[in-house]
Structure formats: C-alpha cells, structure tokens
Design a binder for this molecule. Structure first.
Ligand code: IMP
Length: 437
C-alpha cells in the first residue's frame, strides 16, 4: 500500500510529524510540490530539526527520499540542509544515496526570490503574505515555459541560452517597474554551472525510480506540503501558494498515473490556523482575542519558515469537508487536541451564513468567503488529564471522545491517528494506512 499525506487546512497542520511516523513503513518518501516555503518541525529523541525541502523521512536511516518534478528546487537551501543533516549524523551512507532530485524539477534562482520580495513590498493592497522564498515567480516561469530545470544545470550551452531568455523580460520589469538593478547573466551563469556540478550525484530520473518502486510493490509515502486551502486551483484563490497541494498533485508532481493502491491521509489540527493574508471564516483574533492568544501561546503557533505569528480560529468542518472531497481523504490524522485541554468549551463550525442564507459548502468566490459568518456547534471542553494513564483513544476524557466523534460523523471519515505532543511517542495510531485490507 502507498500513502499520500495532505494538509487538510491552510498548512502547518503537523504533516512533518506524521510523515516522520509513517516513514518507518515506507521505503520511498517523495516531495511532489511546493519548495522551501514548507517548514516541517520534527522532534526526534528530544532533538528539534526543521526541514524545508528535503523530505522529513530522511531522519529514518535506509530510506530513499525523492524530490520530484513538481517541486521548485532551491539548490542553496538543499545544500544547507544536507550539511546540517550531515553535521547531526543523519546519513547512514553518502547523502546522495539517500536523497535524489528530479531532472525535471524547476530551479529557484536569485531573481525569483528578488521578484517575490519586490512584489510583496509593492503590494499596498492585496498582499499575499508569501514566504518570500521565490516560489510563485519560479512556478510562473515554469508555466510560461521559460524556467530552468535541474537537468539544464548540467548542459552549459543550453543553460546559457535558457538563462538569457529567462532574464530578458525580467530586466525590463526590474529596471522600469521596480527601479531595481538589472540581472547580469555572466555571474549567474557561473553560479548555476557550479551548482550543477555539485548537484550531479543527486540528480536522477525520479519518475523512473518511482515506476520501478511501484512495480516492485515497495511502499511509497507522498509527502504533501502546505494545505488544501492553499492549492492554486482549489484553495482560497488568490490567497494561495502556486502549486497543487491537493492529493492529485502527487500524480502530476511525481509522474505516476492513478490506479495504484493508495490511501490519502488528511492532516488537521483540532483547531485552525492560517499564516499570510486571505479569508479565514472561523478566525477568532478579533472576536475571542484572549482564546486566540492562549491557543497561539500553548500551541506555539508561529511559522516554522518565517517565524510569523499564525492567525488562530476554531475548527472549520465546512472547509474540512471540502478538503475531504477534493483530496479523496480516507483517514484523518488529528493533531494538537492537547492544546485545547482545560478549555471551558470548544466550537465546531458546521455551516456558514451568507447573505441571509445557510451554506454548507465552501463558496468559490473569495469575496463571498470573506463575508461568511460561521455557525457553530458548541461542545463542552475536556479537563486536563494524566497522559500516562492513557493507552489509547478509548481512555481519553469523554468530552474529547465526543469532540472526535462529532468530527468523524460530520466528515464521514475516521480518525486514524491522533497526536498529543511533538514527540514520536506522543501519538496514538488507530489504524495503519500501509496495511492492505
Ligand atoms: P508562497 O508559497 O511563499 O508563495 O506563499 C503563498 C501563501 O502560502 C502565503 O499565504 C503563505 O503564508 C502560504 N504558505 C506557503 N507555504 C506555507 C506553509 O508551509 N505553511 C503555511 N502556509 C504557507
């Protein structure tokens, strides 16, 4: 069996921890979209590791971690992570035996980061609140057919021609729109050649490796980044990232067709957070400011990539139901319910009010989504409890079990994993998605 992990909210659901746990059963772990805008914080043996680009499965020796074609790849960040993992003795063999990068992945270059920054600075209104890692501009170049792919870094003549094409329009934009210095091709070309040389041992035909893995029935874990509501097609457009974060992205982003056995596990927190701007129906920053502050403090809700405070709100079942549908989620991993321990009450949003009507689906137009008012089911909170006495979900306080049951019944999807802390041991696995039925 193979497993796709997707964020079911606006990212930061705790996917890194679930990937780390499930990696024990997988042989291949694949990043298929996004880039180093992701930030997975893992705590293993009490040691905190933050990974932005390399799949979190790297912390398990003997696994093959693949960065597939759908990713936008920043070589500088990649080498930083390789060196930091090497320093903490994470590799049991040579790093290039554990991590491979697709020839077809698109490269994030300094001008992508620059444009991301200049655009965000310029946008008085309609700021996206990006991570400023150059993700959007790199995907723009990919779709505009002027991107530089990893394989190009190994072809000097082709690279020079492609770089010249890529920077032609950018220099006009930089000079005349942003009043910024133009890009010089010569140093960029030299930098790219040097990166290609260094990257050579890591570059592979990732699609072909995965096709073989499927053929040999080796379990594959697809590690999604960001969350469903940040998907460029299905998210809260335009306040989204530039890739397909939904489970379908695992196919186009890795070069596999549908039809292989797979389960889709949606990761959700017991409440909701969002970083960056854009609609967030259950946000409580202004309505229940004290509760929002408490959740942010107890849950350490600050971005792993940018350190920005995350906006906080109650769990939005309307948005989650939507995520279940667009991803084909077969099981849920419920994270951070412990952050709500000891709260007097908790709320679940079960519908929205929009212009005098009750709606049960996520409106497609961002202006409508900005106007909706959440309708809540209010449930009693659960007391703080002694974790050492809990062996499984059945031992949890009854109010927490009710909370979980209400979520499962609304979504018609079972909770297959529950996490109550950052460590591997603070997890209850209800059923293992890698097991064949
Ligand atoms: P970009 O991906 O840097 O272009 O940012 C676009 C939007 O996606 C912004 O709202 C970011 O805050 C959000 N975003 C990107 N990556 C993540 C992530 O890993 N977690 C949460 N939000 C993210």
């Amino acid at each position: 069996m193979n497993v796709v992990i997707v964020g079911a909210q606006w990212g930061d659901e705790g996917k890194g921890k679930v990937v780390d746990l499930y990696s024990a059963q997988a042989e291949y772990i694949v990043r298929y979209q996004g880039g180093n805008n992701a930030g997975h914080t893992l705590v293993v043996n009490g040691r905190k590791t933050v990974l932005h680009l390399i799949p979190s499965g790297i912390l398990h020796p003997g696994k093959i971690c693949l960065i597939a074609n759908g990713v936008v790849f920043d070589p500088a960040v990649f080498f930083e992570e390789v060196e930091s993992l090497r320093a903490s003795n994470a590799f049991s063999a040579e790093p290039h035996e554990a991590v491979r990068v697709s020839e077809r992945a698109h490269v994030i270059l300094p001008y992508h980061r620059l444009l991301d920054k200049l655009r965000e600075e310029r946008a008085a209104k309609g700021k996206i609140g990006t991570t400023v890692r150059g993700i959007g501009p790199a995907y723009e170049d990919k779709v505009a057919r002027r991107g530089i792919q990893v394989v190009d870094l190994l072809r000097p003549e082709l690279l020079r021609a492609k770089l010249a094409k890529a920077i032609e329009e950018k220099n006009v934009l930089l000079k005349h729109h942003f009043g910024a210095p133009e890009i010089e091709i010569a140093p960029l070309y030299e930098e790219c050649l040097a990166l290609g040389e260094r990257l050579k041992p890591y570059i592979a035909d990732v699609r072909s490796l995965l096709a073989q893995a499927l053929e040999q029935e080796r379990p594959i874990l697809f590690e999604g980044a960001q969350g469903t509501l940040l998907d460029v097609d299905h998210g809260t457009y335009p306040y989204v990232t530039s890739s397909n974060t939904v489970s379908g992205g695992a196919l186009t982003g890795s070069g596999l067709g549908p039809g292989f056995p797979v389960r889709v596990i949606g990761i959700t927190k017991a409440y909701t957070t969002r970083v960056g701007t854009g609609p967030f129906p259950t946000e409580i920053e202004h309505t229940e400011a004290e509760t929002a502050r408490e959740i942010r403090r107890i849950g350490s809700e600050f971005g792993a990539t940018t350190g920005r405070p995350r906006r906080v709100g109650w769990l939005d079942l309307v948005a989650l139901k939507y995520a279940v549908e667009v991803n084909g989620i077969t099981g849920l991993a419920l994270m951070k319910a412990d952050i709500l321990d000891g709260f007097d009450h908790v709320k679940l949003c079960t519908s929205y009010r929009l212009g005098g009507n009750t709606v049960y689906d996520l409106p497609s137009c961002v202006e409508d989504l900005e106007r909706v008012e959440p309708a809540y089911e209010v449930l009693p909170g659960w007391p703080k409890y002694d974790r050492s006495k809990v062996q499984g979900i059945e031992d949890l306080p009854s109010e927490l079990k009710d909370y979980i049951r209400t979520i499962e019944e609304f979504l018609k999807v079972p909770v297959v994993l529950m996490s109550t802390g950052p460590g591997r041991e603070e997890t209850w696995i209800v059923s293992d998605p890698f097991q064949k039925i």
